[in-house]
Design a protein around this ligand. Structure first.
Ligand code: SF4
Ligand code: SF4
Length: 434
Protein backbone atom coordinates (compact mmCIF):
# COMPACT_ATOMS: atom_id res chain seq x y z
CA UNK A 1 0.00 0.00 0.00
CA UNK A 2 1.22 3.50 -0.83
CA UNK A 3 0.90 6.45 1.59
CA UNK A 4 2.11 10.05 1.25
CA UNK A 5 5.11 11.13 3.36
CA UNK A 6 4.24 12.57 6.75
CA UNK A 7 6.71 15.25 7.86
CA UNK A 8 6.91 16.12 11.55
CA UNK A 9 8.16 19.63 12.31
CA UNK A 10 9.63 20.12 15.79
CA UNK A 11 11.69 22.70 17.66
CA UNK A 12 15.35 22.12 17.03
CA UNK A 13 17.00 24.79 19.09
CA UNK A 14 20.26 23.00 19.97
CA UNK A 15 20.95 22.25 16.33
CA UNK A 16 19.96 25.78 15.34
CA UNK A 17 22.19 27.33 17.98
CA UNK A 18 25.20 25.61 16.41
CA UNK A 19 24.12 26.66 12.94
CA UNK A 20 23.50 30.19 14.22
CA UNK A 21 26.97 30.39 15.71
CA UNK A 22 28.45 29.48 12.32
CA UNK A 23 26.29 32.02 10.53
CA UNK A 24 27.32 34.85 12.89
CA UNK A 25 31.00 33.93 12.58
CA UNK A 26 30.74 33.96 8.78
CA UNK A 27 28.68 37.20 9.00
CA UNK A 28 26.05 35.81 6.63
CA UNK A 29 23.04 38.01 5.93
CA UNK A 30 19.84 36.49 7.15
CA UNK A 31 16.23 37.16 6.32
CA UNK A 32 14.78 39.38 8.99
CA UNK A 33 11.48 38.49 10.60
CA UNK A 34 9.60 41.00 8.40
CA UNK A 35 10.78 39.36 5.19
CA UNK A 36 9.69 35.98 6.56
CA UNK A 37 6.26 37.48 7.25
CA UNK A 38 6.17 38.83 3.68
CA UNK A 39 7.00 35.42 2.21
CA UNK A 40 4.46 33.74 4.45
CA UNK A 41 1.73 36.19 3.47
CA UNK A 42 2.40 35.71 -0.21
CA UNK A 43 2.19 31.89 0.01
CA UNK A 44 -0.99 32.17 2.08
CA UNK A 45 -2.50 34.55 -0.50
CA UNK A 46 -1.59 32.15 -3.30
CA UNK A 47 -3.29 29.34 -1.41
CA UNK A 48 -6.45 31.41 -0.86
CA UNK A 49 -6.67 32.79 -4.42
CA UNK A 50 -6.20 29.32 -5.92
CA UNK A 51 -8.11 27.33 -3.34
CA UNK A 52 -10.58 25.68 -5.71
CA UNK A 53 -7.81 24.63 -8.13
CA UNK A 54 -5.65 23.36 -5.25
CA UNK A 55 -8.51 21.24 -3.85
CA UNK A 56 -8.94 19.53 -7.23
CA UNK A 57 -5.19 19.07 -7.65
CA UNK A 58 -4.89 17.53 -4.17
CA UNK A 59 -7.82 15.17 -4.80
CA UNK A 60 -6.04 13.89 -7.93
CA UNK A 61 -2.70 13.59 -6.14
CA UNK A 62 -4.27 11.65 -3.26
CA UNK A 63 -5.72 9.14 -5.73
CA UNK A 64 -2.15 7.97 -6.43
CA UNK A 65 -2.01 6.51 -2.91
CA UNK A 66 -4.02 3.32 -2.83
CA UNK A 67 -3.72 3.07 0.95
CA UNK A 68 -5.93 6.12 1.51
CA UNK A 69 -9.69 6.53 1.69
CA UNK A 70 -10.71 10.06 0.72
CA UNK A 71 -13.92 11.98 1.32
CA UNK A 72 -15.19 15.60 1.38
CA UNK A 73 -17.21 16.89 4.34
CA UNK A 74 -19.35 19.97 3.89
CA UNK A 75 -19.68 20.51 7.64
CA UNK A 76 -18.74 19.12 11.05
CA UNK A 77 -21.82 16.87 11.26
CA UNK A 78 -20.88 15.18 7.99
CA UNK A 79 -17.28 14.71 9.14
CA UNK A 80 -18.39 13.18 12.47
CA UNK A 81 -20.92 10.88 10.74
CA UNK A 82 -18.19 9.66 8.38
CA UNK A 83 -15.95 8.85 11.37
CA UNK A 84 -18.84 7.05 13.11
CA UNK A 85 -19.54 5.00 9.98
CA UNK A 86 -15.92 3.82 9.79
CA UNK A 87 -15.34 3.39 13.54
CA UNK A 88 -16.47 -0.29 13.72
CA UNK A 89 -18.13 0.41 17.09
CA UNK A 90 -14.89 1.74 18.54
CA UNK A 91 -15.63 4.87 20.59
CA UNK A 92 -12.12 5.77 21.79
CA UNK A 93 -10.52 8.75 20.04
CA UNK A 94 -7.16 10.47 20.35
CA UNK A 95 -7.28 14.08 19.09
CA UNK A 96 -4.56 16.60 18.41
CA UNK A 97 -5.05 20.15 19.65
CA UNK A 98 -5.98 21.69 16.33
CA UNK A 99 -8.92 24.05 16.27
CA UNK A 100 -10.72 22.23 13.42
CA UNK A 101 -10.73 19.04 15.45
CA UNK A 102 -11.32 20.48 18.94
CA UNK A 103 -13.59 23.45 18.20
CA UNK A 104 -15.42 22.31 15.11
CA UNK A 105 -15.67 18.50 15.00
CA UNK A 106 -15.35 17.40 18.65
CA UNK A 107 -18.83 18.61 19.76
CA UNK A 108 -20.38 16.49 16.98
CA UNK A 109 -18.21 13.49 17.87
CA UNK A 110 -19.27 13.74 21.52
CA UNK A 111 -22.91 13.94 20.46
CA UNK A 112 -22.39 10.62 18.64
CA UNK A 113 -21.08 9.01 21.84
CA UNK A 114 -17.31 9.11 21.24
CA UNK A 115 -14.87 9.48 24.15
CA UNK A 116 -12.20 11.99 23.19
CA UNK A 117 -8.75 12.65 24.71
CA UNK A 118 -5.71 14.77 23.93
CA UNK A 119 -2.92 12.27 24.36
CA UNK A 120 -0.12 14.80 24.72
CA UNK A 121 -1.40 15.76 28.17
CA UNK A 122 -0.38 12.29 29.36
CA UNK A 123 3.12 12.97 28.10
CA UNK A 124 3.71 15.48 30.89
CA UNK A 125 3.91 12.44 33.18
CA UNK A 126 5.89 10.31 30.73
CA UNK A 127 8.84 12.69 30.55
CA UNK A 128 11.78 12.13 32.78
CA UNK A 129 12.04 15.27 34.91
CA UNK A 130 15.45 16.39 33.65
CA UNK A 131 14.61 15.69 30.01
CA UNK A 132 11.37 17.65 30.28
CA UNK A 133 13.13 20.58 31.98
CA UNK A 134 15.69 20.68 29.18
CA UNK A 135 12.96 20.65 26.54
CA UNK A 136 11.24 23.65 28.18
CA UNK A 137 14.55 25.56 28.47
CA UNK A 138 15.16 24.85 24.78
CA UNK A 139 11.77 26.29 23.95
CA UNK A 140 12.39 29.50 25.86
CA UNK A 141 15.69 30.05 24.08
CA UNK A 142 13.98 30.07 20.68
CA UNK A 143 12.35 33.53 20.51
CA UNK A 144 15.71 35.33 20.62
CA UNK A 145 16.77 33.35 17.57
CA UNK A 146 13.62 34.19 15.71
CA UNK A 147 14.38 37.88 16.05
CA UNK A 148 17.47 37.14 13.97
CA UNK A 149 15.40 35.39 11.33
CA UNK A 150 16.55 31.90 12.21
CA UNK A 151 13.51 30.05 11.03
CA UNK A 152 15.50 26.80 11.14
CA UNK A 153 14.70 26.75 14.87
CA UNK A 154 11.71 24.67 13.75
CA UNK A 155 12.59 21.97 11.27
CA UNK A 156 11.56 18.55 9.98
CA UNK A 157 12.89 16.18 12.64
CA UNK A 158 11.04 13.08 11.54
CA UNK A 159 9.67 11.72 8.28
CA UNK A 160 7.17 8.90 8.33
CA UNK A 161 7.57 7.21 4.97
CA UNK A 162 6.09 3.84 5.80
CA UNK A 163 2.97 3.12 7.83
CA UNK A 164 3.30 -0.19 9.68
CA UNK A 165 0.83 -2.22 11.75
CA UNK A 166 3.37 -3.62 14.26
CA UNK A 167 2.59 -1.59 17.41
CA UNK A 168 -1.12 -1.15 16.78
CA UNK A 169 -3.78 -0.58 19.49
CA UNK A 170 -7.53 -0.43 19.31
CA UNK A 171 -8.34 3.27 19.05
CA UNK A 172 -8.83 5.92 16.37
CA UNK A 173 -6.66 9.03 15.96
CA UNK A 174 -8.39 12.12 14.55
CA UNK A 175 -5.66 14.57 13.56
CA UNK A 176 -6.03 18.07 12.11
CA UNK A 177 -3.33 18.42 9.45
CA UNK A 178 -1.30 21.64 9.72
CA UNK A 179 -0.46 21.85 6.01
CA UNK A 180 -0.49 19.62 2.93
CA UNK A 181 1.14 20.02 -0.45
CA UNK A 182 -1.22 19.72 -3.45
CA UNK A 183 1.69 18.76 -5.69
CA UNK A 184 2.76 15.54 -3.90
CA UNK A 185 0.40 15.28 -0.89
CA UNK A 186 3.27 15.57 1.63
CA UNK A 187 1.53 16.03 4.98
CA UNK A 188 2.92 18.36 7.69
CA UNK A 189 2.38 18.44 11.43
CA UNK A 190 3.89 20.69 14.07
CA UNK A 191 4.65 18.51 17.05
CA UNK A 192 5.71 19.64 20.53
CA UNK A 193 5.67 16.30 22.37
CA UNK A 194 5.43 12.95 20.60
CA UNK A 195 1.67 12.54 20.31
CA UNK A 196 1.43 12.72 16.49
CA UNK A 197 4.29 10.26 15.89
CA UNK A 198 2.82 7.86 18.43
CA UNK A 199 -0.66 8.04 16.90
CA UNK A 200 0.84 7.15 13.52
CA UNK A 201 2.56 4.17 15.13
CA UNK A 202 -0.26 2.99 17.36
CA UNK A 203 -3.76 3.97 16.19
CA UNK A 204 -5.69 1.28 14.34
CA UNK A 205 -7.36 3.93 12.23
CA UNK A 206 -6.07 7.41 11.46
CA UNK A 207 -8.46 10.08 10.25
CA UNK A 208 -6.66 13.09 8.80
CA UNK A 209 -8.70 16.29 8.74
CA UNK A 210 -7.53 18.65 5.99
CA UNK A 211 -9.36 21.97 6.29
CA UNK A 212 -9.37 23.37 2.79
CA UNK A 213 -7.32 26.51 3.49
CA UNK A 214 -4.42 24.32 4.62
CA UNK A 215 -3.78 23.09 1.08
CA UNK A 216 -0.56 24.63 -0.19
CA UNK A 217 0.98 24.69 -3.65
CA UNK A 218 4.02 22.52 -2.87
CA UNK A 219 6.16 21.02 -0.12
CA UNK A 220 8.31 24.18 0.28
CA UNK A 221 5.24 26.33 0.98
CA UNK A 222 3.73 23.73 3.31
CA UNK A 223 7.00 23.56 5.27
CA UNK A 224 7.30 27.34 5.70
CA UNK A 225 3.63 27.47 6.77
CA UNK A 226 4.22 24.80 9.44
CA UNK A 227 7.52 26.27 10.66
CA UNK A 228 5.81 29.67 10.95
CA UNK A 229 3.15 28.20 13.22
CA UNK A 230 5.95 27.38 15.65
CA UNK A 231 7.92 30.58 15.15
CA UNK A 232 5.05 33.02 15.61
CA UNK A 233 2.94 30.98 17.99
CA UNK A 234 5.74 29.94 20.29
CA UNK A 235 4.85 32.07 23.29
CA UNK A 236 1.16 31.19 23.07
CA UNK A 237 2.11 27.52 23.02
CA UNK A 238 4.34 27.90 26.07
CA UNK A 239 1.76 29.86 28.02
CA UNK A 240 -0.82 27.20 27.19
CA UNK A 241 1.30 24.27 28.44
CA UNK A 242 -0.69 23.02 31.41
CA UNK A 243 -2.08 19.51 31.72
CA UNK A 244 -5.84 19.12 31.87
CA UNK A 245 -6.88 16.07 33.91
CA UNK A 246 -10.10 15.57 31.93
CA UNK A 247 -8.22 15.18 28.65
CA UNK A 248 -5.74 12.56 29.87
CA UNK A 249 -5.85 8.96 28.67
CA UNK A 250 -2.99 6.46 28.62
CA UNK A 251 -3.11 5.13 25.05
CA UNK A 252 0.30 3.44 25.56
CA UNK A 253 -1.26 1.08 28.09
CA UNK A 254 -3.80 -0.36 25.61
CA UNK A 255 -3.02 -3.96 24.54
CA UNK A 256 -1.16 -4.35 21.25
CA UNK A 257 -3.25 -5.94 18.47
CA UNK A 258 -1.57 -8.69 16.49
CA UNK A 259 -0.58 -7.03 13.20
CA UNK A 260 -1.57 -10.12 11.28
CA UNK A 261 -5.14 -9.77 12.58
CA UNK A 262 -5.80 -6.35 11.14
CA UNK A 263 -4.38 -3.72 8.77
CA UNK A 264 -4.02 -0.06 9.65
CA UNK A 265 -6.46 2.28 7.89
CA UNK A 266 -5.89 5.90 6.91
CA UNK A 267 -8.72 8.22 5.88
CA UNK A 268 -8.50 11.80 4.63
CA UNK A 269 -11.43 14.16 5.14
CA UNK A 270 -11.28 17.34 3.09
CA UNK A 271 -13.12 19.66 5.42
CA UNK A 272 -15.02 22.79 4.43
CA UNK A 273 -17.36 23.87 7.26
CA UNK A 274 -18.22 27.28 5.81
CA UNK A 275 -14.74 28.10 4.49
CA UNK A 276 -15.58 28.10 0.77
CA UNK A 277 -18.35 30.65 1.49
CA UNK A 278 -15.73 32.96 3.01
CA UNK A 279 -13.73 32.93 -0.23
CA UNK A 280 -16.01 35.54 -1.76
CA UNK A 281 -17.09 37.68 1.15
CA UNK A 282 -15.67 40.36 3.46
CA UNK A 283 -14.23 37.72 5.81
CA UNK A 284 -11.96 36.14 3.21
CA UNK A 285 -8.81 37.28 5.06
CA UNK A 286 -9.59 34.63 7.68
CA UNK A 287 -8.46 32.10 5.09
CA UNK A 288 -4.93 33.53 5.32
CA UNK A 289 -4.68 32.31 8.90
CA UNK A 290 -1.96 29.75 9.73
CA UNK A 291 -3.44 28.99 13.19
CA UNK A 292 -0.28 30.00 15.03
CA UNK A 293 -2.37 31.61 17.80
CA UNK A 294 0.03 34.53 18.15
CA UNK A 295 -3.10 36.70 18.27
CA UNK A 296 -4.17 34.92 21.49
CA UNK A 297 -1.03 35.94 23.35
CA UNK A 298 -2.04 39.43 24.35
CA UNK A 299 -5.82 39.25 24.10
CA UNK A 300 -6.97 40.61 27.47
CA UNK A 301 -10.22 38.65 27.52
CA UNK A 302 -9.19 35.56 25.60
CA UNK A 303 -8.78 32.97 28.31
CA UNK A 304 -12.28 33.63 29.63
CA UNK A 305 -14.19 33.49 26.36
CA UNK A 306 -13.92 29.84 25.33
CA UNK A 307 -12.54 28.26 28.48
CA UNK A 308 -15.84 26.80 29.72
CA UNK A 309 -16.53 25.34 26.31
CA UNK A 310 -13.11 23.60 26.32
CA UNK A 311 -12.30 25.12 22.95
CA UNK A 312 -8.93 26.26 21.62
CA UNK A 313 -8.92 30.04 21.98
CA UNK A 314 -7.66 32.59 19.54
CA UNK A 315 -9.42 35.79 18.42
CA UNK A 316 -9.62 34.23 14.95
CA UNK A 317 -11.23 31.05 16.34
CA UNK A 318 -13.65 33.21 18.33
CA UNK A 319 -14.79 35.02 15.18
CA UNK A 320 -14.78 31.85 13.08
CA UNK A 321 -16.97 30.08 15.66
CA UNK A 322 -19.46 32.95 15.47
CA UNK A 323 -19.53 32.91 11.65
CA UNK A 324 -19.97 29.13 11.67
CA UNK A 325 -22.87 29.44 14.11
CA UNK A 326 -21.29 27.57 17.04
CA UNK A 327 -20.79 30.69 19.20
CA UNK A 328 -23.69 33.05 19.91
CA UNK A 329 -21.75 36.32 20.03
CA UNK A 330 -18.42 38.12 19.66
CA UNK A 331 -19.42 40.78 22.20
CA UNK A 332 -16.60 39.68 24.53
CA UNK A 333 -14.07 41.45 22.28
CA UNK A 334 -12.88 44.84 23.59
CA UNK A 335 -11.55 45.95 20.18
CA UNK A 336 -8.20 46.77 21.76
CA UNK A 337 -6.37 45.78 18.54
CA UNK A 338 -3.62 43.66 20.13
CA UNK A 339 -4.46 40.62 18.00
CA UNK A 340 -3.95 42.59 14.79
CA UNK A 341 -0.51 43.77 15.93
CA UNK A 342 0.61 40.21 16.63
CA UNK A 343 -0.66 38.55 13.46
CA UNK A 344 2.20 37.56 11.10
CA UNK A 345 -0.09 37.70 8.06
CA UNK A 346 -1.73 40.98 9.09
CA UNK A 347 -5.33 39.83 9.50
CA UNK A 348 -7.32 42.74 10.95
CA UNK A 349 -9.40 40.65 13.36
CA UNK A 350 -10.83 43.61 15.37
CA UNK A 351 -12.31 45.19 12.21
CA UNK A 352 -13.68 41.83 11.07
CA UNK A 353 -15.30 41.36 14.49
CA UNK A 354 -16.94 44.82 14.15
CA UNK A 355 -18.17 43.84 10.71
CA UNK A 356 -19.64 40.58 11.99
CA UNK A 357 -21.39 42.44 14.82
CA UNK A 358 -22.81 45.13 12.52
CA UNK A 359 -24.10 42.53 10.07
CA UNK A 360 -25.65 40.57 12.91
CA UNK A 361 -27.47 43.60 14.36
CA UNK A 362 -28.66 44.65 10.91
CA UNK A 363 -30.57 41.33 10.88
CA UNK A 364 -31.53 41.06 14.57
CA UNK A 365 -32.93 43.69 16.93
CA UNK A 366 -30.82 44.78 19.90
CA UNK A 367 -32.29 43.70 23.22
CA UNK A 368 -32.75 46.07 26.20
CA UNK A 369 -29.47 44.94 27.79
CA UNK A 370 -27.53 45.57 24.61
CA UNK A 371 -29.12 48.98 24.01
CA UNK A 372 -28.36 50.09 27.58
CA UNK A 373 -24.71 49.05 27.40
CA UNK A 374 -24.27 50.46 23.90
CA UNK A 375 -25.20 53.91 25.22
CA UNK A 376 -23.19 54.47 28.39
CA UNK A 377 -23.66 58.27 28.13
CA UNK A 378 -27.39 58.00 28.88
CA UNK A 379 -26.64 55.85 31.94
CA UNK A 380 -23.92 58.28 33.05
CA UNK A 381 -26.27 61.29 32.70
CA UNK A 382 -28.98 59.49 34.65
CA UNK A 383 -26.52 58.55 37.42
CA UNK A 384 -25.08 62.11 37.66
CA UNK A 385 -28.46 63.82 37.69
CA UNK A 386 -29.75 61.63 40.49
CA UNK A 387 -26.48 61.57 42.54
CA UNK A 388 -26.01 60.90 45.46
CA UNK A 389 -29.16 58.73 45.46
CA UNK A 390 -27.78 56.76 42.45
CA UNK A 391 -24.55 56.00 44.38
CA UNK A 392 -26.51 54.75 47.37
CA UNK A 393 -28.81 52.62 45.19
CA UNK A 394 -26.01 50.95 43.21
CA UNK A 395 -24.43 49.66 46.41
CA UNK A 396 -27.51 47.82 47.67
CA UNK A 397 -27.05 44.01 47.10
CA UNK A 398 -30.53 43.46 45.64
CA UNK A 399 -30.05 46.34 43.17
CA UNK A 400 -26.66 44.84 42.19
CA UNK A 401 -28.36 41.52 41.47
CA UNK A 402 -31.08 43.24 39.41
CA UNK A 403 -28.39 45.18 37.49
CA UNK A 404 -26.71 41.88 36.66
CA UNK A 405 -30.00 40.37 35.56
CA UNK A 406 -31.17 43.24 33.36
CA UNK A 407 -27.95 44.99 32.28
CA UNK A 408 -25.44 42.12 32.39
CA UNK A 409 -23.09 43.97 34.80
CA UNK A 410 -21.69 41.43 37.28
CA UNK A 411 -22.94 41.96 40.84
CA UNK A 412 -19.36 42.03 42.15
CA UNK A 413 -18.31 44.79 39.73
CA UNK A 414 -17.76 48.20 41.31
CA UNK A 415 -19.76 50.82 39.46
CA UNK A 416 -18.27 54.32 39.13
CA UNK A 417 -19.23 57.01 41.66
CA UNK A 418 -21.53 59.56 40.06
CA UNK A 419 -21.06 63.32 40.65
CA UNK A 420 -23.60 66.04 39.97
CA UNK A 421 -20.87 68.42 38.84
CA UNK A 422 -19.24 67.59 35.48
CA UNK A 423 -15.46 67.40 35.13
CA UNK A 424 -15.49 70.51 32.93
CA UNK A 425 -17.44 72.53 35.54
CA UNK A 426 -15.12 71.25 38.26
CA UNK A 427 -12.08 72.27 36.22
CA UNK A 428 -13.49 75.73 35.42
CA UNK A 429 -14.33 76.30 39.07
CA UNK A 430 -10.78 75.43 40.13
CA UNK A 431 -9.27 77.58 37.38
CA UNK A 432 -11.19 80.60 38.51
CA UNK A 433 -10.46 79.84 42.16
CA UNK A 434 -14.14 79.42 42.97
S1 SF4 B 1 -9.30 43.23 19.65
FE1 SF4 B 1 -10.66 41.80 20.76
S2 SF4 B 1 -10.01 39.76 20.15
FE2 SF4 B 1 -8.37 41.21 19.58
S3 SF4 B 1 -6.94 41.20 21.32
FE3 SF4 B 1 -8.38 42.87 21.68
S4 SF4 B 1 -10.06 41.97 22.90
FE4 SF4 B 1 -8.89 40.25 22.04
S1 SF4 C 1 -5.19 35.32 13.00
FE1 SF4 C 1 -4.10 34.60 14.82
S2 SF4 C 1 -3.81 32.43 14.49
FE2 SF4 C 1 -4.28 33.33 12.51
S3 SF4 C 1 -2.29 33.82 11.58
FE3 SF4 C 1 -3.00 35.65 12.62
S4 SF4 C 1 -2.06 35.51 14.65
FE4 SF4 C 1 -1.93 33.45 13.75
Amino acid sequence: MKFPIVQIVEPSSQQSKHRAAGIFVRKETRDDINSIKKRLKSIREYSRENNIILIEQLKNTLKRYDGLKITYAENAKEAASYIKKHADNNDLLSLNKSNVVINEIRPELKALGFKTYLRYFKEFNNFEKEKFKKQIIDYWSLPGMHERGLIESFGVNKKIEKITSYDMRDYIAVLGVNAISAEDANIFFLQHMSNISKDFEQARKIILIVSIEKIMKDTGDALLHTQSMGIFGLESILLDLSPNEKEIFDFDSLPVISHTASEKEIHVILFDNGRSKLLNNDFRDLLLCIDCRACARQCPVGMHLLLEKEMVYSPKNYLMGFLQGSLPTTEGCLHCGRCHVECPVDIDIPTLIWKAQLEYYARHSRGLKKRMLDDPEVLAKLGSTTAPISNWLTRIPIVKLLTELFAGVHHKANLPIFHKETFRDWFERRRHGR
